[in-house]
Ligand binder design. Structure first.
Ligand code: NAP
Length: 896
């Protein structure tokens, strides 16, 4: 429909007795109530609409037996008013649904909110009136609403999923949905009850239903991890920090990763012995706290499939010890997803319930449901007669609740369903380009369900209301995200999702639970604190990514992307900036070496490899030290001669140790990391000549080193990449050794500082332009700089070994790396490039810090294996021998 027609029709409707307000809010749950309170205080006329009969949102509808919150209730509370905090005391660590509902009622009364809430009212359409710059909302109950701003506080899990099973209508017994549980007492005593679904709702309700029912049959499609809640009064340990410093405690939660003030674990799994890991696990298990188990075991549990698998083994052990029948225990044990990638559950007696004589578990993976019949449930093997069926089958999450309030028609007649046809598109999870003055609280693309919702809701509400106030004060009447900002946010979301393991499971986080729904990790995986700082940065950068307009042509548009760096790179650079370090070059050569050594000493120890051997090889002026990393697999292995980074001035085998270990493990090859001579003690061409000599010696002694005879490979990072590239040229020109391939990671290839990457990334990304000037000055006199032994780009490029060249977007060396790749390609050398977006010079060597570098290292390893003629990792023969590790390897491969 033409824009003008849409606008005219909406304007007509607006004239016909609509309720006129500044802001309309959908939903009277946690978010809607706080919105109403804040908007009112800010002087906006506001109406809240909700299809429920009272306040409560999700806690109004989810009244099934056993419903409780599963984040400690002291954390799952409003924090905006310390008086309110003092006025309410939770009776239990995990409050029941009735108590939470009472709390929300108490809040509504305390701030006199109900008078502006229209209950039992559903919005049937929302249309942007272009001429009036207002939203027109039609409802199923009473007047329509005309509002300047429209805010969806619809929650993330409020739209129950249809049963998706044939024959539901034929069933003659009672049917209940956990997400729409009746308000009246549901008699289950003496009944034969079926529960379909074993997510949080099923797992909470099953033990309670089992106590009441004569017979309970649980139909499980996918087993889930569940942890005992150990409910009771909130522990003194948990209360103490709150009582001592309430404001500080709440602030810590706001800046934390998941909205609960627990510092992240710092030790990685391989730094802990089996006994230490078990001790942590048992302690965590005893706390009865999901957040503890999800974040406090070891630092790699949520980002690395192997680290996660160690935890999964311990969790499965618990299931086996709780469930008497081994076959039932096996059916209840998850095998298809890493712990935490699918929302784990908190239970009370869940596993033990399967020891009861009146409880049966049906594994739908072995006997799928064929249909529901008049008398019960029929699988492809058996029929189960029941009186009651409980669907605990979940929700059309994140987008479902928003799309349920449809149609939503934005600028130019654009429909939100069309815009989201391939998955939700948002800026910050808060707004959508083309839908001015429309906001979502905890929408897709915000931390929402991966966080303590109470903390995320307060942050969103504060941010939105503050923006409305600022726009009003500045005379703007519309706020709208730009397409650029939205596309940038989509990229950032994907980057963030690569850090976690969420993308490796089929869950409602990814839309996989709803047939036909577009797939992709919907919540923001980058953490609550980082997200908050990004939202604040949008404001401090003049509403970056928003267009604001007002009467008489007032307009402001500061277009752009708020985050272009990889999320973990951003954290590292922010941390470094916060340290206010003097420039490295100001320390002098030895001072800089000492500083880097000190810095590296704080890193976690690298991952174990089969063997590490230190040795020396004969150099031009005396022995050169090397460190050899041998894989744990039987040899002989191909050998990679590796050159560390450090601008020909700094670094040693220790500085690149985590990278060498990681690559040794990934490639299954020996890495020999060579300590070439450094400037200023040994200037050009010492490093280049050492590189060549080392490569020749390693090739000559391959068998003694346990390596495979034949061609070697070379690799290097930064100045080490320069040495690797030069070594290949010298080997070609000096008759050997034979080199099968070269991996050049962020290499120095040329003495020019004129390429744009030197200007674009001159400062702010750790390796600065002035540091590069300093390195060059120390290593190489100006007259020597065009020598191919330091500027290999200026040498002959034909006849060189195939190359894999990695460059990083935010690196002064980016363009010379790309130029070298292009030069090799033009000279007929097979070359593959990885131009890593959002990365900086150190992304790939900060092995266990920059997790988004993993996929790059997977590709580097595959390239090296390819050069050496080895099969791709997935084709390796040792998989069958280790079935458990098979899963984690497949997950790792998918992660790559
Ligand atoms: P859910 O986690 O999506 O679980 C739904 C269950 O139903 C899954 O086991 C699913 O199996 C199964 N299922 C779905 N469709 C099915 C079908 N057609 N046939 C057979 N089985 C089917 O939903 P939920 O338990 O309602 O929980 C949703 C989320 O709400 C939770 O993850 C949590 O975030 C929140 N929640 C929180 C609390 C709390 O705070 N206390 C309580 C309840 C819920 P598959 O896994 O194979 O799809």
């Amino acid at each position: 429909m033409l824009d003008v027609k849409v606008a005219a029709r909406a304007s007509e409707a607006a004239d016909s007795g609509a309720q006129q307000v500044d802001v309309a809010v959908v939903g009277a749950g946690f978010a809607g109530l706080f919105l109403l309170h804040r908007l009112r205080k800010a002087g906006f006329t506001t109406v809240v609409l909700d299809s429920a009969g009272d306040v409560g949102g999700t806690w109004y509808w989810n009244r099934y037996p056993g419903a409780r919150c599963d984040i400690q209730t002291v954390d799952y509370s409003y924090t905006f008013d310390p008086e309110l905090e003092r006025a309410w005391t939770w009776s239990e660590k995990y409050a029941t649904q009735p108590e939470i509902l009472r709390y929300l009622g108490f809040v509504a009364d305390r701030y006199d909110l109900r008078r502006d809430i229209r209950f039992n009212t559903k919005i049937t359409a929302a249309t942007w009136d272009e001429a009036a710059e207002r939203w027109l909302l039609t409802t199923n109950n009473g007047a329509s609403v005309s509002c300047r701003h429209y805010i969806m506080a619809t929650g993330c899990l409020s739209e129950p999923k249809p049963p998706e099973i044939d024959g539901v209508k034929d069933f003659k017994g009672e049917i209940y949905f956990t997400g729409r549980w009746p308000h009246h007492e549901v008699p289950l005593a003496g009944m034969r009850v079926a529960v379909i679904g074993t997510g949080s709702s099923g797992i909470q309700s099953i033990p309670v239903i089992a106590e009441q029912a004569a017979q309970l049959t649980v139909f499980q499609r996918t087993p889930n991890f569940a942890l005992p809640a150990h409910n009771g009064p909130t522990s003194a340990d948990r209360l103490a920090p709150l009582q001592q410093d309430l404001a500080g405690f709440r602030e810590q939660a706001r800046m934390s990763m998941v909205g609960v003030p627990l510092p992240p674990a710092t030790e990685v799994s391989w730094q802990l012995t089996d006994a230490e890991r078990r001790e942590r696990f048992e302690k965590g298990w005893a706390t009865g706290d999901l957040v503890v188990m999800l974040t406090q075991m070891w630092a790699d549990q949520g980002v690395d499939a192997d680290g996660n698998a160690l935890l999964v083994d311990l969790l499965r052990e618990k299931i086996r010890s709780a469930v008497k029948d081994p076959a039932t225990a096996a059916t209840l044990s998850p095998t298809d997803h890493p712990f935490g990638s699918k929302r784990p559950c908190l239970d009370t007696n869940y596993y033990a319930t399967y020891n009861r004589p009146n409880v049966t578990l049906v594994n739908l993976r072995q006997e799928p449901i064929v249909s529901i019949t008049a008398t019960g449930i029929k699988t492809d093997k058996r029929s189960f007669d029941v009186d009651v069926i409980v669907f605990a089958t979940g929700f059309d999450a994140m987008t479902g609740a928003i799309m349920a309030v449809h149609p939503i028609t934005g600028r130019g007649g654009k429909s939100l369903s069309d815009v989201w046809a391939h998955g939700p598109q948002t800026y910050l999870g808060l707004t959508v380009a083309g839908f001015p003055n429309l906001f979502m609280i905890t929408g897709p693309g915000s931390p929402s369900v991966l966080s303590n919702m109470a903390v995320s809701i307060e942050q969103h509400v504060d941010w939105v209301v503050d923006r409305l106030i600022a726009a009003r004060d500045a005379g703007f009447t519309t706020i709208e995200a730009t397409e650029t900002a939205q596309a940038g946010w989509a990229r950032h979301l994907t980057d963030c999702s690569m850090i976690t393991l969420h993308r490796l499971a089929n869950t409602w986080y990814t839309g996989a639970n709803v047939p036909g729904k577009p797939q992709g990790v919907m919540p923001y995986c980058g953490g609550v604190g980082p997200y908050r700082s990004i939202c604040n940065e949008v404001v401090s950068q003049g509403m970056l990514g928003f267009q604001l307009t007002g009467p008489k042509g007032a307009e402001q548009c500061n277009d752009g992307e708020i985050v272009r760096l990889q999320p973990d790179v951003r954290l590292v650079l922010n941390m470094l900036a916060g340290m206010n370090l003097p420039p490295l070059e100001s320390f002098g050569a030895q001072g800089a070496r000492d500083f880097i050594a000190q810095f590296n000493a704080t890193r976690p120890a690298g991952r174990p490899v089969g063997e590490i051997v230190d040795g020396t090889l004969p150099g031009a002026e005396g022995p050169l030290a090397y460190r050899l990393y041998r894989p744990a697999t039987p040899g002989p292995h191909p050998i990679v001669v590796y050159f560390h980074g450090g601008g020909w001035v700094l670094g040693d085998s220790q500085s690149d140790d985590p990278f060498c270990r990681d690559m040794c493990r990934r490639t299954g090859m020996i890495f020999v990391s060579v300590d070439y001579r450094h400037a200023p003690e040994h200037r050009f061409p010492a490093a280049a000549e050492d590189g060549y000599i080392a490569a020749r010696w390693v090739a000559d002694h391959a068998a003694e080193l346990g390596g495979r005879p034949g061609p070697i490979l070379v690799a290097g990072w930064s100045a080490g990449g320069n040495i690797a590239a030069v070594t290949c040229q010298l080997a070609r020109d000096r008759g050997g050794p034979r080199i099968a391939g070269q991996l050049l990671l962020n290499p120095v290839t040329d003495c020019s500082f004129e390429r744009p990457s030197y200007t674009d990334n001159a400062t702010g990304y750790f390796l600065t332009r002035s540091l590069m000037y300093w390195f060059w000055d120390i290593y190489c006199a100006p007259a020597d700089r065009t020598d191919p032994r330091v500027s290999p780009l200026r040498g002959q490029l034909g006849g060189l070994p195939p190359a894999f060249i990695v460059t990083s977007e935010f690196d002064p060396l980016r363009d010379e790396g790309i130029a070298y790749a292009e030069g090799l390609d033009a000279a007929g050398v097979p070359v593959e490039q990885l131009q890593a977006h959002g990365h900086f010079h150190s992304s790939f060597t900060m092995v266990d810090v920059v997790i988004t570098g993993v996929s790059g290292r997977v590709r580097m390893a595959e390239a090296l294996r390819g050069f050496a003629g080895l099969p791709k990792q997935a084709e390796q023969g040792d998989q069958a021998a280790q079935p458990d590790r098979n899963v984690s390897r497949q997950i790792n491969a998918a992660a790559g």
